[in-house]
Design a protein around this ligand. Structure first.
Ligand code: ATP
Ligand code: MG
Length: 704
């Protein structure tokens, strides 16, 4: 098959695709074809004789890697199965699987997910007797977050506390003890958390020069997408794997760096040319995704940002609509306006080309409820994972124990149905297994026949080494009666999750790989209907929307405290990251962009609604780059009536002043002379100032 690379790429992309020698950095704005350039380069390399096995493709999600491989293989009409592609974590997992013992781990290890980490941390804390009875002692999630941040940013915990959470500084010593014991626990029980995968791979490559050299030979070409979101250790891994950098290509956009909260370093991309001397830098300026009016808004959003590589994006699609800024009365009515908009848009595009984006998962609940009510299908990204379901976790626990019998959190799940096997007894049993103390093991299995049954099954499977599907089937036979007993009301519904597990397992020949995949890349929770067949609207957190695009994008809850988040508003660096996050959200749109600003939002913690201010990023935008609409109290969305000059902004800009729109309390109470409004009196609210006329006969009034 012949591909006309030159025709399908612009000159800068084509230059990057065929660059033969030396390190390569493509740094360019959103939608300029960076990911497309990687896919074409893959195709180009293979077409020109590079074996797929010699290419390593590191992306942010496995799905992204698969899509690129699919793209490249359809270009050249050749399977690219040999390319090692995936995330840094899954790549690290695949190497460590063979060499963990070099680092002092038991032969085989298991990867923990978030709830496992919490569980272990809780046990470590209890074991140490730290913070007992102290209600103010930091929560498990907070401690885990701090440990992870200190590792990823590579600053010690005490320093991190001093810098970012001084109010917790007096717990510093306790936290350091917890962190140390937690690390020892993981090593002893053959457990790795996400961060361990990266640091352990680095350590392995440093300790085993021969292995590092082998990997460098094997992967003569290393390509990394979304390089702006790598952290320090990931950048060092790229250096270890790329050697002198001859075959390395990094692609990214400093303005889209949105993972600093996890230790990502935007400096990595800026410093790439220093790390690899003689780097060819390619910049792409044409945006192929969005219509020009959307780009004008996103460029304006970035104008106040602190990015180093200046970009000047333009689009040839000059004829599009201006983005809409839609003010709604509340976040509840916002849901209705959003759904109406989806219905309107769906007349001219498919549902799957429409996405609703938000800062945090809970923000889409009102929209979800309404979509359910009217029977419109949706799929949510970045929400609950399929493996978060208790019954799926139960089954995975047995599988994990086949791989790693010292996996304590897995034991705790696997025997949680056995009366008398509390955390302490379970821990003693697991310790006995670790030490090979046969008498102790026998005592437990004798006392608890149900534990014996699980233990026998796991042992049998460990020796037989069946393929993942048969292991899973055997476990399901064992688990089904427990399952029906544990979830008497809804086990038929839950069965779908177990069927999905079987289906995924059928794609694997290796149990470790199957488990790693499920922990690191768990698919979203599937709904009863098959979303892949049916058309569906997409609901997604902005973080999960990275790299993707839709014809229409609706960004909701653009108020201070939600987007930017309350936490980010206290720190200028975090605020910058929120700006980039909004930039990522808006640049996902091809043809239509809607920004939704509710005037009041429900307070999840206190209950009740409270007034909200428009997001400061929205307030900063020049009004010329959007069309403004406003929902009135009758639920109609109309172009906004401009305010008379020198009058205060409507009440949503002043949270201290309650305001109401109502038919005038008494006829003629408003003086409406010379274009200025007067005051009026309301039976209940008293005297108020009229700030806006809502034709034909309503006024918006601020009451003190
Ligand atoms: P992001 O920063 O959001 O990840 P990106 O720079 O990776 O964006 P791509 O996703 O590769 O951009 O491309 C954006 C859109 O533009 C895609 O639909 C892609 O197919 C299209 N595109 C990119 N380059 C070209 C080109 N030379 N000709 C036609 N379409 C292109
Ligand atoms: Mg991309």
């Amino acid at each position: 098959m012949s591909i006309d690379f030159e025709k399908q790429l612009n000159p800068a992309q084509w230059q990057a695709v065929r660059a033969a020698h030396g390190p390569l950095l493509v740094i360019a704005g959103a939608g300029s074809g960076k990911t497309r350039t990687i896919a074409y380069r893959l195709a180009y390399l293979v077409r020109n004789g590079v074996a797929p096995e010699n290419i390593l493709l590191l992306t942010f999600t496995r799905k992204a890697a698969q899509e690129m491989l699919f793209r490249a293989s359809s270009l050249i009409g050749q399977e690219l199965g040999g390319v090692a592609g995936g995330t840094f974590h899954s790549f690290a997992g695949s190497i460590l699987r063979r060499y963990a013992s070099v680092l002092g781990y038991p032969d085989r290890f298991t990867i923990m997910d978030g709830p496992d980490m919490s569980e272990i941390l809780g046990q470590v804390r209890a074991e140490l007797g730290v913070g007992k009875g102290d209600k103010a002692f930091p929560k498990k999630k907070t401690i885990l977050g701090l440990i992870s941040k200190s590792r990823n940013k590579e600053v010690d915990l005490a320093m991190l506390l001093e810098r970012e959470s001084p109010h917790m500084l007096h717990y510093g010593d306790d936290m350091i003890r917890i962190a140390r014991t937690y690390a020892e626990f993981k090593l002893r029980h053959g457990l790795m958390d996400y961060d361990d995968l990266l640091f352990n791979l680095e350590r392995l490559l440093l300790e085993r020069d021969d292995l590092a050299e082998f990997l460098r030979m094997r992967h003569s070409h290393v390509m990394v997408d979304e390089f702006q979101d790598t952290n320090k250790v990931q950048a060092r891994l790229v250096r270890q794997l790329a050697g002198d950098g001859r075959g390395v290509m990094a692609v990214g956009d400093d303005a889209q760096s949105i993972y600093a909260f996890r230790g990502a370093e935007v400096r990595n991309i800026l410093a790439f040319p220093d790390t690899f001397p003689n780097t060819t830098i390619v910049r792409l300026e044409e945006n192929y995704r969005s219509v020009q009016p959307i780009l004008e808004l996103t460029n304006a959003l970035l104008r106040n940002a602190t990015t180093k590589f200046d970009k000047n994006l333009f689009s040839r699609r000059t004829d599009g609509l201006k983005p809409q800024l839609i003010n709604t009365v509340s976040d509840q009515t916002q849901a209705k306006v959003v759904v109406d908009k989806i219905l309107e848009l769906s007349r001219s595009c498919r549902l799957r080309d429409i996405a609703v984006l938000f800062r945090a998962g809970y923000q889409s609940y009102p929209v979800e409820m309404l979509l359910n009510k009217i029977g419109l299908r949706f799929r949510k990204y970045g929400g609950l994972k399929f493996t978060d379901a208790a019954h799926v976790k139960d089954v995975l626990a047995y599988l994990r124990l086949i791989v790693n019998p010292a996996d304590l959190p897995a034991w705790q799940r696997a025997v949680s149905h056995v009366k008398g096997m509390g955390p302490k007894t379970c821990n003693t049993f697991c310790q006995a297994l670790l030490e090979g103390e046969q008498q102790k093991i026998a005592r437990t299995t004798k006392k608890f026949p149900d534990v014996a049954a699980a233990f026998d099954l796991i042992n049998a499977l460990r020796h037989e080494k069946p393929a993942p599907t048969s292991a899973l089937q055997r476990i399901l036979e064992f688990y089904t009666p427990l399952f029906q007993d544990r979830y008497p009301d809804d086990y038929p519904r839950r069965q779908a999750g177990l069927d999905q597990l079987l289906q995924i397992a059928s794609g694997f020949t290796d149990l470790d790989a199957f488990l790693a995949e499920l922990t690191l890349e768990s698919p979203e929770e599937s709904r009863e209907e098959d979303c892949d067949v049916e058309d569906h609207v997409v609901l997604s957190t902005v973080h999960s929307a990275k790299g993707l695009e839709w014809s229409a994008v609706l960004v909701i809850d653009l108020v201070n405290g939600r987007f930017p988040s309350r936490h980010a508003m206290e720190n200028s660096e975090d605020l910058e990251e929120e700006r980039r996050l909004l930039y990522v959200a808006c640049t996902r749109a091809r043809d239509y962009l809607g920004l939704f600003v509710p005037s009041s939002v429900y307070n999840r913690f206190m209950g009740g609604s409270e007034p909200a201010l428009p997001s400061l990023f929205v307030s900063e935008l020049p009004p010329s780059c959007y069309e403004e609409l406003r929902e009135n109290y009758l639920g109609q969305v109309k172009p906004r009536t401009p305010l008379p000059a020198r009058e205060p902004r409507p009440f949503c800009n002043n949270p201290d002043t309650p305001s109401h729109s109502a038919p005038l309390p008494s006829p003629g109470a408003a003086r409406h002379r010379n274009n200025t409004f007067g005051h009026c009196r309301h039976k209940i609210f008293g005297r108020g100032k009229i700030v806006e006329f809502l034709p034909p006969n309503r006024y918006r009034i601020n009451f003190p």
